[in-house]
Design a binder for this molecule. Structure first.
Ligand code: GLN
Length: 473
């Protein structure tokens, strides 16, 4: 038997109801049975089993860490020393990490067990996991549908019970959107709360590492372990880390904002809208105050996000030149040819598109028209968002405008695909924390997510509110 949340599992471990080894074995079996989902690119079975023995010993001796025996999968964008790291791309073929990401090291230091690396959209660019060089991952709720992206497989791993938790990355929603599509919890912290050391860069001023879990409590615990200052990342916050894991539901009444126009816009699926409205009604009945907000600048969120992330990506991905990392074309006639062919053969279509658009955005003639302007809009949006938070404690929305869509239906229409991120990119544009929690299912059994946007470094309060919402159910 697998205990899905860490609290129940830890109790079972301490009372000898189960062992770490038995749990790791069960997960390995589940992964094998569910191979068709295409979640794990690699399973570290032997290592995980060996580590399980060591952790079990520590539990017996009373020296085990906060995450003793927790089985965690990591998205293929996080460095784990001496293990392959490919960012879902052919261009990193054969590359092995020379060090471990700070966030992952902190999990190991607390005795978590890393079970393997998980499929994702190439360089975390995508909303459906269809952009991976390793093929799409399937949604466990309906295998004809996408799991979301880019941490799609990380969400399915938790949804399909292949590990206790996954660690993903969220640049524009990549933790929360798949969590919403898969009916699990996904947390994006405040920008700079968790060190980005060892995270393959997509858009550095947006990238955040975040947990995907079965429970809000587990997300809080993982956040607590991974957060905090780090000598290897100069952008990480020096603020002390709160004891997120001590969070519990409360009777506190909050003022909750929501964007009325967004919820009523025509792009929203009927059942998503209904579920969100029902949730707002429940919150009102529970004594919270609801405040409709008008946010005309919302229409600039997606363009701002995509202009800036493509610009940053074109710069970040220039390092993959066939010399320093992974794949190198066997067919080059000279150095320039080597760069061109390696990149031409190594990158997938979506990544190439973004590198080209990003280079255009940053080119001398268009820099001001696009990049500078988008930076200005980012600032304006941040200001306006701050003004909302003078009136409200949280802003809530559906996580996504629709439930998980069918594999293949949006991959040919980039605009349609980008719209899947309409509610999630806001948090990344302004750097605020946000969480997606399950909000039931539609008539076809597809999960629907509910998203909370909190204030800067207000993770603890946001987690408490998430628990309060859960209690109402
Ligand atoms: N879907 C968004 C994109 O393609 C978000 C990705 C992410 O958060 N990594 O950029």
């Amino acid at each position: 038997m697998i205990y899905q949340t860490y609290d129940t599992y830890r109790k079972a471990l301490l009372s000898n109801q189960t062992t770490v080894s038995a749990t790791v074995k069960s997960f390995i079996d589940n992964i094998e049975i569910n191979k068709d989902l295409n979640v794990f690119l690699e399973v570290y079975a032997e290592e995980a089993l060996a580590q399980a023995e060591i952790v079990q010993e520590k539990i017996i001796n009373g020296t085990a860490g906060k995450l003793a025996g927790m089985v965690v999968g990591i998205k293929d964008v996080l460095a784990y020393k001496n293990h392959s790291l490919q960012s879902g791309s052919k261009i990193l073929d054969g590359f092995k990490s020379q060090f471990t990401a700070t966030a992952i090291q902190r999990l190991l230091d607390e005795d978590a067990i890393i079970i393997g690396r998980q499929n994702c959209d190439e360089f975390a660019m995508g909303s459906s996991n269809e952009n991976s060089a390793f093929g799409p991952t399937l949604n466990f709720a309906d295998k004809t549908r996408v799991p979301g992206g880019s941490s799609g497989a990380s969400a399915v791993a938790v949804q399909a019970n292949l590990c206790h938790a996954s660690i993903g990355s969220d640049t524009g929603g990549s933790v929360r959107q798949p969590a919403g599509f898969c009916g699990v919890v996904g947390l994006k912290p405040t920008y700079s709360r968790i060190s980005r050391w060892g995270l393959a860069a997509y858009a550095s001023s947006f990238d955040c590492i975040g947990p995907i879990t079965n429970s809000i409590e587990d997300a809080a615990l993982l956040l607590e372990v991974m957060s905090g200052s780090d000598q290897y990342d100069s952008t990480v916050s020096q603020l002390p880390v709160e004891d997120y894991s001590s969070v519990s539901a409360s009777e506190k009444k909050y003022t909750i904002g929501y964007f009325e126009d967004a919820i009523n816009s025509e792009g929203i699926d009927y059942e998503v809208k209904k579920r969100t409205e029902d949730k707002l009604e429940e919150l009102k009945k529970a004594g919270h105050t609801l405040v409709p907000l008008s946010f005309p600048k919302m229409k600039y969120l997606l363009p701002t996000y995509y202009i800036l992330t493509m610009a940053e990506a074109s710069s970040n991905l220039s390092r993959y030149d066939g010399i320093r990392y992974g794949y190198r074309t066997p067919k080059a006639a000279n150095l320039e040819d080597l760069y061109k062919k390696t990149r031409g053969e190594g990158f997938g279509k979506e990544v190439k598109k973004r590198i080209m658009l990003g280079s255009f955005i940053l080119s001398a003639d268009y820099y001001d028209a696009y990049y500078t302007k988008a930076q200005r809009v980012r600032k304006l949006v941040k200001k306006e968002t701050e003004s909302f938070f003078e009136k409200v404690d949280f802003i809530v929305s559906p996580t996504t405008p629709t439930p998980a869509f069918k594999i293949g239906v949006k991959s040919t229409d980039p605009m349609e695909m980008f719209l899947a991120d309409i509610f999630t990119v806001h948090a990344n544009v302004v750097g605020l924390p946000s969480i997606s929690i399950p909000n039931g299912k539609n008539a076809n059994g597809l999960p629907i997510g509910f998203q909370i946007l909190g204030t800067e470094f207000g993770e603890k309060k946001m987690l408490e509110f998430a628990l309060n919402i859960q209690k109402i159910n």
